[in-house]
Design a protein around this ligand. Structure first.
Ligand SMILES: Cc1cc2nc3c(=O)[nH]c(=O)nc-3n(C[C@H](O)[C@H](O)[C@H](O)COP(=O)(O)O)c2cc1C
Length: 453
């Protein structure tokens, strides 16, 4: 590809035992990385050497032991603010995304924690705004049930506005620290926010000075209309799970078209689908690893969820028999055909069995696309999604750790760089700079300037 101005953005979506549910069972995989600071530091430093945009840790506020076969990495992990603070101390350039849930928090707390992390990381922090994918969280926070989508996003909208005001409550030059005059702070540049809304009343100001990035970039990942509006209004990047390119293109265009309503430029928001790259030095090596992982799944081969996914009842069919006629599907047939095609590509042959479709479905059940191939094949896929505007970059989810990440960095990143798709050096040192996002003016400074004029 000829080099163009537009560049791919790459982040790591950390699953400490790998994205594949059986990733931890490979002989070479680490099983205990989630709680080992040395492991986590090494991963972040490795990403920085490879010039990744960011390291991202998701979060949930509930758990149970029965998550072990499908979601071992999400069952138990470190609290994000604490972990990211530790990583900030051993890295210098890589962006750091911390997840905080608005449904079970107070804006003052989150403004304070995020602003503090932005200082500790030298302007490298961004906030993934979630309203909570796990409804069981309610039971851990003295509530009877998780709020519905409307209430969660009403709350989140107001929450985010309050946090943004708190970040601005100290103008950039409020702290004059003038030894001569004895003036430590210019009080005219410190603003109580006096927020009184439907859900929050917050006087302000914050007790942390304006963060290095002024306003931390926000990220979001919801699928509902309300979440997409929140993203279009406030987010710098949207995470998404997309398997089929046509749907991904539609999603991309749909989100970007919402931005004008908020006086935003489509280039200020980056769409980042997840990608699970199962890379080998050769295609055969990658395919052998995929098969090895598939056979390590701990499963009772319950075909009900897969039947729902493809709109054909597979229960009772022999696992090693052929798939039924796909035109029987109650879903759009071409989508089911494309899903099966992806499973065939991963398996390396056509006419896959029910078992082989089950393997692919289980590996991608969390919604991110798994591609099996050699470095050029993985890069081809990424380039196609990037050029056709299905993606501005990818949230890389290595299928096993650390080997899956090592191979991606060693083999795929250089191909992307050679094709002019990915940076070979950082141009800046903050999260905003990695994405070419300007540092916003302080809303209070702007208002006083307008009043002055
Ligand atoms: C890539 C990706 C990462 C996500 N990370 C989290 C997370 O860390 N914590 C969380 O509660 N939800 C997470 N979610 C879920 C979304 O925030 C959102 O709640 C979910 O997609 C449902 O959409 P809705 O909130 O619009 O109904 C993630 C979703 C995606 C696609």
């Amino acid at each position: 590809m000829s080099s163009s101005q537009r560049q791919l953005h790459l982040g790591l979506f950390l699953f400490s035992t790998g994205y594949h549910p059986a990733g931890w069972r490979l002989p070479e995989s680490r099983t205990d990385g989630a709680f080992d600071p040395k492991f986590l530091h090494r991963v972040a430093q490795q990403l920085e050497e490879a010039k990744f945009d960011f390291f991202f840790l998701g979060d949930a506020l509930a758990s149970s032991a029965d998550m072990q076969n499908m979601f071992p990495s999400q069952m138990v992990r470190l609290e994000p603010f604490t972990m990211i603070a530790s990583i900030a101390a051993v890295t210098e350039k890589i962006g750091l995304i911390v997840t905080a849930n608005t449904t079970y928090a107070e804006p003052y707390h989150i403004a304070r924690l995020t602003a503090s992390l932005d200082y500790l990381s030298g302007g490298r922090t961004a906030w993934n705004v979630v309203t909570g994918a796990d409804a069981r969280a309610a039971l851990n926070f003295s509530r009877e049930k998780h709020w519905d989508n409307t209430k969660r996003y009403d709350y989140a909208d107001e929450f985010v506005k309050v946090v943004k005001e708190l970040w601005d409550s100290w103008e950039d030059d409020a702290l004059v620290r003038d030894k001569e005059s004895g003036v430590f702070v210019d009080e005219s540049k410190v603003h109580a926010i006096h927020h009184v809304g439907e859900h929050f009343s917050v006087a302000g100001p914050l007790n942390v000075a304006r963060p290095p990035q002024g306003q931390l970039p926000l990220l979001s990942a919801g699928t509902s209309e309300r979440s997409q509006e929140l993203g279009a209004q406030f987010s710098s990047a949207i995470f998404t799970g997309q398997i089929l390119i046509e749907q991904a293109i539609e999603f991309y265009a749909g989100i970007k078209s919402k931005l004008t309503k908020y006086n935003r430029n489509p280039d200020e928001l980056f769409i980042m689908p997840g990608l699970v790259p199962l890379v080998g030095r050769t295609e055969a090596e990658a395919r052998a690893k995929y098969l090895e992982l598939s056979e390590l799944l701990v499963t009772d081969f319950n075909l009900a969820p897969l039947s729902g996914r493809i709109g054909i009842d597979l229960t009772g069919l022999p696992l090693d028999g052929p798939l039924p006629d796909l035109s029987l599907s109650t879903h759009p047939v071409h989508e089911v055909q494309q899903l099966v095609r992806l499973a065939e590509l991963a398996s390396g042959h056509e006419d896959i069995s029910v078992r082989e479709l089950f393997y692919y479905f289980t590996a991608t059940a969390r919604g991110h696309l798994l591609i099996v191939g050699d470095p050029e094949q993985i890069a081809d896929h990424m380039e196609e999604w990037f050029v056709r505007r299905a993606a501005d970059g990818f949230n890389i989810c290595p299928p096993y750790m650390p080997g899956g990440l090592d191979l991606f960095i060693e083999l795929v990143v250089p191909v992307l760089q050679r094709r002019g798709l990915f940076r070979t050096e950082y141009e800046g040192s903050t999260f905003r700079e990695h994405f070419g996002l300007a540092r916003p003016d302080n809303q209070f400074t702007r208002t006083s300037a307008l009043q002055g004029s």
